[in-house]
Design a binder for this molecule. Structure first.
Ligand code: ATP
Length: 212
């Protein structure tokens, strides 16, 4: 299978994990093909967008046949590196961080939190959800070349200095759950998830843009 991953638009790439999860489930249930309508109903993306996205994957749906599930699965596996587990670290083992350490990312994903950091003596040295918690002082020593992704669940006021240390240690991507707006060098990718803002936005939309 030959394709150029760099040619996939970012918006399409963002939907890849969603498609992958559904296609993997179809494959597990023994289905050989899927129509864009079925995909559209399942992943809640309109079928025109699905057809356009899938044309980037080199998957051409045939009328009355749909898409080949095996082809799509191997494409997604290869593109998302599903055969390789991506190791992730987490900083801040509070309420949210603890929940993530107990969450099985491997179930739907190819990632695994392998270590966590905190400064609270009651947490350092313990294991939460099978993940060892180290003191933040050990960050530079523990983060080696193969760790490139970090989840940040610390109080907002310490997010920036910790981020600077993560970047200096070779972290390339940060999932920031703190409300802090963090500055990173251009080559670092940062995704910001503020749960309180998301919840507020949902409530606002419900109130001002009701669906019925
Ligand atoms: P959450 O925000 O996840 O609900 P919480 O309310 O339990 O957490 P916070 O005060 O937000 O607690 O702190 C989150 C975690 O970050 C705590 O475990 C705390 O010990 C840890 N923490 C605080 N400062 C630092 C720091 N400088 N480096 C690493 N961890 C820190």
């Amino acid at each position: 299978m030959t394709f150029d991953k760099n040619k996939i638009p970012q918006a399409t790439a963002k939907r890849l994990p969603l498609y992958y999860r559904f296609i993997a489930n179809l494959h597990a249930s023994g289905k050989q093909r899927v129509s864009s309508k079925e995909l559209s109903d399942a992943v809640k993306v309109d079928s025109a967008t699905i057809r356009r996205d899938f044309s980037y994957f080199g998957a051409l749906g045939k009328k009355g046949y749909g898409y080949n599930v095996n082809y799509l699965l191997s494409f997604f596996r290869q593109t998302l590196n599903q055969d390789e587990i991506v190791k992730v670290c987490l900083i801040g083992v509070g309420n949210l961080g603890t929940a993530f350490l107990h969450y099985n990312f491997l179930k739907n994903n190819n990632s695994k939190i392998v270590m966590a950091f905190d400064i609270d003596p009651a947490k350092v040295g313990t294991t939460v959800g099978e993940v060892p918690v180290y003191h933040l002082d050990e960050l530079e020593k523990k983060i080696t070349g193969e760790l490139e992704v970090a989840i940040l669940t610390v109080p907002a006021q310490v997010a920036q200095p910790i981020t600077d240390r993560l970047v200096a240690s070779g972290i390339k991507g940060i999932l920031n759950f703190t409300p802090a707006r963090i500055n990173v060098p251009e080559k670092i990718r940062i995704h910001h998830i503020d749960l309180a803002v998301e919840l507020q936005a949902l409530i606002y939309f419900l109130k001002h843009y009701p669906l019925e």
